[in-house]
Ligand binder design. Structure first.
Ligand code: ZN
Length: 209
């Protein structure tokens, strides 16, 4: 199963075309769809954190670029944690020269800078290392949380495989049944496995959307 925490291997092209709102707040729901409910920086999922713990990031900070405060291309979907770590940061000329900047998924290939190894973020560039430190992406609590989510998803996935196997075997038994009694037993097992399967799949959807 794919790690829900992963950075994109290509630049993101925006698909939403929201109207020109006069405040940045109404953009949040557009950004949530645009960036599939994940923080663009740490890849946290709002499906388990809740969208109230997410907000609108001004890539070029409002304080320094007030005209871009409601410019859609300057806005990103971001968890509150990353947003508060990033604050009003914007690289100065020296920072740019030394590649001390935070990449975003529209202008940069995030995978060139940051990659996930299970629950931990690994930097693959100077900007990646800078971002990891600036946004505190490997905060121990966050790493532990991600690891447990990955483990839980893997366990649920293996239960799904088991339920599918039971379902298949029950179907074969149903096809081969020669008496009402064996047919009924096979049908009951089949239905039970189907019920488990949908519960497990719903659990996965709830976590990773
Ligand atoms: Zn984040």
């Amino acid at each position: 199963m794919r790690n829900p925490y992963h950075y994109q291997k290509s630049k993101h092209t925006r698909t939403r075309k929201p109207p020109a709102f006069s405040s940045y707040k109404p953009f949040k729901s557009e950004l949530q769809i645009e960036f599939a409910g994940q923080c663009v920086y740490c890849r946290a999922l709002d499906s388990y954190k809740g969208s109230e713990s997410f907000g609108v990031d001004h890539y070029r900070p409002q304080k320094k670029f007030p005209r871009l405060a409601t410019e859609y291309s300057n806005l990103f979907y971001c968890c509150n944690r990353c947003n508060s770590q990033k604050r009003d940061f914007w690289p100065n000329a020296r920072d740019w020269r030394e590649e001390r900047f935070i990449p975003n998924p529209c202008d940069y290939v995030m995978f060139d800078h940051l990659r996930y190894a299970r629950g931990e973020v690994k930097a693959h560039s100077v900007a990646g290392a800078f971002t990891e430190e600036k946004l505190d992406l490997n905060d121990p609590d966050c790493v532990v949380f991600r690891e447990s989510l990955i483990t839980m998803l893997a366990a649920t996935n293996s239960q799904i495989e088991t339920a599918k196997n039971i379902q298949q075997e029950a179907q074969a038994a149903l096809d081969a049944a020669t008496t009402d009694e064996t047919r009924n037993i096979a049908r009951e097992i089949y239905n039970e496995a189907s019920k488990n399967l949908s519960t497990l799949q719903a659990a996965i959807t709830q976590v990773i959307g």
